[in-house]
Design a protein around this ligand. Structure first.
Ligand SMILES: CC(=O)N[C@H]1[C@@H](OP(=O)(O)O)O[C@H](CO)[C@@H](O)[C@@H]1O
Ligand SMILES: [Mg+2]
Length: 559
């Protein structure tokens, strides 16, 4: 930094002093905390985004959101040039920036990093950062702080895109960097045209055209409800009702995908009168999607159709299209390209889903929690499908495969237009456009689920019957310092503190098909406990006894 750049940075940074005693780290999904302590962090992430844009010579995104957290929390995360999460090798710098005690230290850190990474500060005019926020009341002022951070790097440009879903932001960044049209309208148009394409390709005369009826969607009282209303207007004729769209009601309060998936009950605004209807729920920033149907005899009990089942549905459909595409193709003329197809899950995936996927002949891989890990793994395949049980996931297509598929489709259009093979090629191409390849997206995911259910002629009940979930239970435990827990093997084994894993093993061994693991949350100040067993009571008991263990080892009475 030259003198002028340094003094502009210092001057600006003095307005954003970090609150004493607050230590944040760039977790599973960026920084998250009570919004009142976030101003300085957000300002500094603005600086980081400008540097990232200069380093990569690409457009970068900044999203102000705390997703499924309570409304008084907020957060910030970065969308990298590909539309994915911030490259993991920059995370330590994000942490260091956030915890710099004052402006002088901050400037020094930046200087050192700029030198180490060879970042061309002189060309700062080429830095462009898109900014978006969800509907939280604190979003506006935090967005302003991020903007100040960006422009404290002389020449960097901040573009306020207003209220967006997280996936829209990632999609726009990806599209901008591929020199494609990247407005919100472009996003809606791409979703609606590829959805229509899939619907038009549904085989005539199947049960498909008769089934289905309305889908009712819980918008978590957040940005997703609002955007889905807009999409509905463009889709015109799509039978969808949106509840909890944020006009009244509190964000994520008894509503939303996280609530529905973790509590396994219907969200506010849904009840026994909805029994049998196909329902879906988005989370607070619309990057998660789960389906459910309310049971008729119940206290708002539901049949949950979670991310694992969405993954299974997508995988079945893709596999079917691939085998149709390659049908009757001898190797003789080498038209048959066998793309690699893989699915990626985390330890939270229900054991029954993993068994089902493997039995269906799919390759299943595991990574630690957090989309950044799943995404990276899925990108190793020609077609990689990843989902967290909570409904966050997407499908990735390799450039090489899409290029081949495009060519194959054109060839088939000449030689056998309208054949089953050509239709399969068109369906796969449509899926690659409908699904948000930057990041999991509840809106595009919803349209893909709807199209596939119609294609198969399946009700939500039929879909849910693909396999039966093992009963599972999740609990959260407040501890003194969750960072003392260190895990291995995709988070299934605790290696520190010593002794706790052995104690967990002893509990787990008491239950048939028992499975249990604990890990520190990256988005909340808790340790999460997951337990699974063959009957509900056993899963509940296992979770409770391991939660007690965590409390004994790490809780407030432990020291
Ligand atoms: C058990 C669970 O659902 N964990 C979620 C949650 O992370 P935690 O690190 O568990 O707090 O939020 C992440 C971001 O949305 C999501 O990727 C992850 O799957
Ligand atoms: Mg989310």
């Amino acid at each position: 930094m030259n003198e002028q750049q340094r003094s502009i940075l210092l001057e600006s940074s003095d307005h954003f002093s970090p609150p004493p005693g607050v230590k944040l780290s760039y977790g599973t999904s960026g920084f998250r905390a009570d919004w009142l302590v976030l101003q300085s962090t957000v300002f500094r992430v603005g600086i980081l985004a400008a540097l990232r844009s200069l380093k990569t010579q690409s457009v970068i995104g900044l999203m102000i959101t705390a997703s499924h957290n309570i409304v008084s929390d907020n957060g910030i995360k970065i969308a990298d040039p590909t539309g994915g999460m911030l490259s993991q090798d920059w995370e330590p710098f994000a942490d260091a920036l956030a915890s710099a005690p004052d402006s002088q230290h901050l400037a020094q850190l930046i200087d050192d990093f700029v030198k180490k990474e060879n970042i061309p500060l002189e060309g700062a005019e080429s830095a462009e950062i898109l900014l978006g926020r969800d509907t939280r009341p604190s979003g506006k002022s935090l967005l302003e702080a991020a903007k100040q951070g960006i422009i404290s790097i002389v020449g960097a440009i901040a573009v306020d895109m207003g209220v967006l879903t997280t996936p829209q932001m990632h999609w726009m960044v990806r599209a901008r960097n591929k020199a494609m049209n990247a407005t919100e309208l472009d996003y809606f148009n791409q979703l609606s045209s590829s959805f229509r394409c899939l619907i038009d390709l549904i085989p005539q005369g199947t049960a498909a055209n008769k089934m289905n009826g309305i889908v009712v969607v819980d918008g978590a009282n957040g940005v997703g409800g609002e955007k889905l209303e807009a999409l509905k207007r463009i889709l015109n004729g799509f039978d969808i009702e949106i509840r909890n769209s944020g006009k009244e009601g509190v964000l994520n309060d008894g509503v939303g995908a996280d609530f529905v998936q973790k509590e396994k009950v219907a969200p506010r605004g849904f009840g026994p009168a909805d029994a049998g209807i196909r329902c879906a729920s988005l989370d607070g920033d619309a990057d998660r999607l789960v389906y459910f149907s309310v049971l008729s005899n119940s206290n708002n009990e539901i049949d949950l159709v979670d991310g694992d089942k969405i993954l299974s549905l997508f995988a079945l459909f893709i596999k079917e299209q691939l085998s149709t595409l390659n049908k009757n193709e001898g190797d003789k003329d080498n038209k048959c390209y066998q793309p690699t197809l893989g699915v990626v899950q985390t330890a939270y995936a229900n054991g029954a889903s993993t068994d089902y996927l493997k039995q269906s002949g799919l390759e299943v891989m595991f990574t630690p929690t957090g989309v950044k890990y799943l995404h990276e793994k899925a990108a190793e395949y020609d077609i990689g499908i990843y989902f967290e049980a909570n409904g966050h996931g997407t499908i990735l297509f390799s450039e090489g495969f899409l290029h081949w598929l495009d060519g194959r489709n054109s060839e088939l259009a000449l030689t056998s237009k309208g054949s089953e093979q050509q239709k399969a090629a068109m369906r796969l191409l449509a899926v690659s456009k409908l699904i948000n390849q930057a990041v999991g997206d509840a809106l595009s995911g919803l349209l893909l689920v709807e199209a596939i259910l119609q294609h198969m002629g399946w009700s939500i009940h039929k879909w849910n019957e693909l396999y039966h979930d093992l009963p599972s239970k999740q609990l959260k435990v407040k501890v003194v310092d969750r960072s003392v827990i260190v895990t291995e093997k995709a988070e299934t084994v605790v290696v520190r503190p010593l002794g706790i894993q052995e104690a967990i093993n002893v509990e787990t061994a008491k239950y048939p098909r028992g499975r249990c693991f604990v890990r520190p949350s990256g988005t909340e100040d808790v340790v999460r406990v997951y337990a699974e067993a063959t009957i509900e009571e056993a899963a509940d008991n296992l979770a409770s006894s391991v939660a007690r263990l965590v409390d004994q080892f790490l809780g407030f009475g432990s020291s």
